[in-house]
Design a protein around this ligand. Structure first.
Ligand SMILES: *Cc1c(COP(=O)(O)O)cnc(C)c1O
Length: 481
């Protein structure tokens, strides 16, 4: 025993932790400073990383240096660099200096915030930070907040609460098989997954208008139709900033329908919500004050290391009713005076996620965060102007946030040929490793997406990507002749 026990019990000795900790922080600082030198999209082939790793664990401990050498040699080539300023695919969740430090400290404390007593600061900071975020988004005071890992899980909890409410309301007439849920064809896949998981069979996908927004009249029609069949319309999910195009469902009109028919409205603003911190963008959340629940992801566009999803609900007691199940060994004498977050969701153990968000909000301030988001919107608007001014390209959807949907134009060609060209264009751009874009399909058209929401992305990165797009297209067209 003696030769491996240290002043830190059986853990790494403090002197070693200090030494390698400093080295690691230096490495991270260099990494961030030089991130543009890496290919943004990992060029690894399927299975390539795995074959470089030993198939069985080491019998004896290894020096930290050896582990870290392998990070550089084996792991790094398999990393797609989300913090790269030209990561413009999907929605670019980036971390940030204060976010990384908050995450590090949270791992050091390693508290489990399952109940108030297991770390009062974890529970109370979560409460305060989510209320700060609520104020930054100008949402009403009766929005009670809780942190889950992802928007998918937040939405699952929203629909579960709505189901419990329906059960209370319909009493003996309640049957899971009668439940009907409504969302647009452009809602995120997590919505349908959650509905399926909860056993909701009647899934109604409401058509969208030419700008990919849910059509309220069609929603009302579907709801009335289901009421007519003695079914139970219980939940509508509206999206502020859809994943394909960032379209904004008309929440105000949808909420009027929901309120008049007593149906739960959940708003999915996972990506778009944080834009409301910018005063001139606040309009995007109009009507959200009427929703029963709301989700926004600081890990998407608020520079928070993944994961952290902020969920707000007006009737937290419904969550408690759905999920609370307290065993004797978790009861404390303070239970009546405190919030035990384990009562409000499926999980018991909870990471101290609020710490990193607290670091971020304090470090940048509301104004600082608004300035970064505003700049992202300005850069993407400029990209949209470049697309529209160029005869070889066209914009394919409105761009209310910081995402532009576009494609290369080809007069006199079939949809299939144009799709093929744009697919080839996307793969050729991404294969350069210089920029990373993604795609979607809109009415059968293959469409490229360029998203500006990484904290390191500046105007020049968009301009360099624009040059790359034009150049790559020229090369492809030349080869085709
Ligand atoms: C990204 C996204 C989600 C899923 O977010 P996760 O946190 O990864 O579950 C849900 N809805 C919308 C609108 C999104 O953009």
């Amino acid at each position: 025993m003696k030769d491996f026990i240290t002043t830190n019990g059986y853990d790494m000795p403090p002197s070693e932790f200090r030494k390698f900790g400093h080295q690691l922080i230096d490495w991270i600082a260099d990494y961030m400073e030089n991130i543009e030198k890496y290919p943004v999209l990992s060029m690894a082939e399927p299975g390539e990383i795995k074959t470089k790793l030993p198939p069985s664990p080491p019998e004896k401990g290894e020096p930290f240096n050896n582990i870290f050498e392998d990070v550089e040699k084996i792991i790094l080539p398999g990393i797609t660099h989300w913090n790269h300023p030209k990561f413009m695919a999907y929605f670019n969740s980036t971390s940030s200096g204060p976010g990384i430090l908050g995450e590090l400290l949270s791992a050091a404390f390693n508290v489990n915030g399952m109940i108030w007593q297991t770390s009062p600061a974890a529970t109370e900071l979560e409460h305060v930070v989510l209320d700060w975020l609520r104020q930054m988004l100008n949402l009403p005071e009766d929005f009670w907040g809780i942190i889950y890992d992802t928007a998918s899980i937040s939405t699952l909890h929203a629909i579960a609460a709505a189901k419990t409410e329906a059960e209370d309301k319909y009493k003996e007439n309640f049957e899971v098989s009668k439940l009907c849920v409504y969302f647009s064809e452009h809602a995120h896949s997590s919505v349908e997954k959650a509905a399926r998981f909860l056993g909701v069979k009647n899934i109604r996908k409401i058509p969208v208008d030419e700008d990919f927004r849910m059509i309220p009249d069609k929603l009302e029609e579907a709801v009335n139709n289901d009421f007519g069949k003695k079914l139970i319309p219980f939940c509508v999910i509206a999206t502020v900033g859809t994943t394909s195009t960032t379209s904004i469902d008309p929440v105000e009109e949808i909420s009027t329908i929901c309120n008049s028919k007593n149906i739960w409205l959940h708003v999915d603003a996972a990506y778009g919500g944080t834009a409301a911190i910018v005063p001139e963008m606040r309009y995007i959340l109009n009507g959200c004050e009427n929703a029963g629940s709301f989700v926004v992801n600081p890990h998407k566009w608020l520079f928070t290391p993944i994961d952290l999803s902020a969920f707000y609900i007006k009737k937290p007691d419904l969550l408690k009713k759905t999920f609370s199940l307290v065993h004797e060994y978790l009861k404390t004498e303070k239970d009546n005076a405190v919030v035990n977050y384990m009562d409000y969701g499926i999980q018991l153990g909870r990471r101290f996620r609020a710490l990193k968000l607290w670091f971020i909000i304090r470090y940048f301030g509301k104004e600082g965060l608004a300035n970064i988001i505003r700049e992202h919107i300005r850069i993407s608007n400029k990209f949209a102007e470049l697309i529209e001014a160029h005869p070889g390209f066209e914009k394919m959807a409105p761009n209310p946030f910081a995402l532009v949907c576009f494609r290369a134009k080809m007069p006199d060609k079939t949809q299939q040929e144009i799709n093929k060209l744009n697919e080839t264009l996307l793969h050729a751009i991404n294969a350069t490793g210089k920029s990373f874009l993604s795609h979607t399909k809109l009415n059968g058209d293959y469409v490229l997406r360029l998203s500006v929401n990484g904290i390191h992305t500046q105007e020049r990165h968009m301009l360099e990507t624009w040059e790359l797009i034009k150049h790559t297209l020229e090369t492809i067209l030349k080869e085709q002749i």
